[in-house]
Design a protein around this ligand. Structure first.
Ligand SMILES: [Zn+2]
Length: 456
């Protein structure tokens, strides 16, 4: 029998950019079937339809986080992810964390790469309703060359380290892409750029040839699987675009030819700047090295013009939180990329919401099926106390997300049980450097340096 639910007296933000308007929304099973006066009319003819008064609330598509690593568990460093984790336990912990996303209004998530490739298992468990979580799409190991990724010499020369896998040569590339497809990858993830420690001053460098990237794309596309690339620097973005990648993460440092190609092919871009924005805004509270803060601030500032041009040219910009690291804990910052888009790229709140909803459906490979409040769409919805188009920050306030539906089913958004520490899970840190000055006076080396500058 059809399950029907009428969300009545609310205000709708459709996720397509329209201004908010008062309307009721009728859900039947997993679909939105009517919005506006028709919703109530149709409900009158239904037996056993339930009604939910959402007066004072905004009914909008749930957020789609296009870049979130559920298996990393708020790690403070790569060594923690690479060397402290176990397969089954990290999948169980990820299931716990997935519920935090639901409570934050996230109904869809793309997990690009995971330890032990175990987010394939979490996705399948969520789909089979073994556990509750957002609708998920995921990749397996991120492909890298022997040059490495963003963790320098921590990465083994061959094989798997954490969420990375080194591949080399035509046969190995073909075999690995096919293996991931067989395992169940929704996307193939490629770390197109990486840092060479000895050449760190150059920033991330492209570590693949054009032919290699072309090969990955042709093998994956042949099997109907899209490809996403982590790209920092002009060469990596250009080569990724030329190879036919379907989604580009970060995309900083693009040059004119890369920009033109991304625009021509309308390749979706997910900057995932929440990580950097959090450091820039709050890093001083965390004692982050000021030089590092400057670097992140520059990374955002340098890409403002590019991102604006991409947006104006109609390239889909997706919102990604990079949650999985301690800088962006699960459940806290998923809305924040919208704030970044507004502050730095000059978007309106409704444009930013469109990026996080209907445009984000691409990350789930469900364009035109979810991410909008229109008849025929999947009922992946949230009800928010207040109007996020006036204040996007509402979406981050505890208690504002009142109802969350995935596939038309109300999700449990009661607080998850408080966790206790897992033995051997975190990488112990001895804390900051104990100079004699700091030990005896409590003044940090940075403070001493500042005083010396002031005295000059
Ligand atoms: Zn990431």
């Amino acid at each position: 029998m059809t399950q029907a639910l009428l969300l009545e007296n609310g205000t709708v933000i459709d996720g397509l950019g329209s201004a908010p308007y008062p309307a009721s929304v009728l859900i039947e099973d997993d679909l939105i079937v009517a919005v506006g006066p028709e919703a109530a009319q149709r409900t009158a003819h239904l037996q056993n339809a339930k009604r939910l008064d959402v007066g004072g609330m905004t009914v909008m598509p749930g957020l789609i986080d296009a870049h979130c690593h559920l298996s990393f568990d708020d790690a403070a460093s790569n060594p923690e992810i690479f060397y402290q984790r176990r397969n089954a336990l990290s999948a169980l912990v990820a299931a716990h964390n997935a519920r935090k996303l639901l409570r934050a209004g996230v109904t869809g998530v793309l997990d690009p790469d995971s330890t032990f490739e175990n987010m394939i298992d979490l996705r399948d468990a969520i789909e089979a309703r073994v556990t509750e979580g957002p609708r998920m799409a995921c990749g397996c190991y991120a492909l890298i060359t022997g040059v490495g990724g963003t963790a320098g010499r921590l990465i083994n020369d061959t094989g798997v380290t954490g969420y990375y896998k080194v591949v080399g040569g035509r046969d190995e590339i073909i075999a690995e892409v096919r293996r991931q497809v067989k395992l169940g990858a929704d996307w193939i993830k490629v770390h197109v750029s990486g840092v060479v420690p000895r050449q760190a001053r150059l920033g991330e460098q492209c570590s693949w040839t054009q032919e290699e990237l072309d090969l990955i794309c042709s093998v994956a596309h042949d099997l109907g699987v899209p490809v996403m690339g982590h790209c920092r620097g002009a060469v990596s973005t250009y080569r990724a675009a030329k190879a036919g990648m379907d989604l580009i993460f970060h995309a900083t440092g693009m040059d004119e030819r890369g920009l033109e190609l991304v625009i021509e092919r309308k390749i979706a871009v997910c900057p995932a700047f929440t990580f950097q924005a959090n450091l820039v805004d709050y890093g001083d509270r965390l004692g982050t090295d000021p030089a590092l803060l400057k670097l992140f601030e520059r990374e955002i500032a340098d890409s403002v013009e590019t991102m604006r041009r991409l947006h104006q040219a109609g390239v889909p910009l997706l919102t990604g939180s990079e949650a999985g690291f301690s800088m962006v804990p699960y459940g806290e910052w998923h809305y924040r990329e919208m704030e970044v888009f507004m502050r730095y790229y000059g978007m309106t709140a409704l444009e930013a919401i469109r990026c996080a909803t209907s445009a984000g459906a691409l990350a789930l490979k469900m364009q035109g099926q979810t991410g909008a409040v229109t008849p025929g769409m999947k009922a992946d919805l949230i009800c928010v106390d207040g109007d996020p188009s006036r204040d996007i920050g509402l979406l981050g306030e505890p208690g504002r997300i009142r109802h969350v539906f995935v596939d038309g089913r109300a999700m449990d958004i009661s607080p998850p049980p408080q966790r206790k520490p897992l033995p051997g899970w975190r990488l112990p840190s001895m804390g900051r450097q104990l100079t004699r000055e700091f030990a005896l006076t409590g003044r940090s080396p940075a403070a001493v340096e500042q005083e010396q500058i002031a005295e000059l």
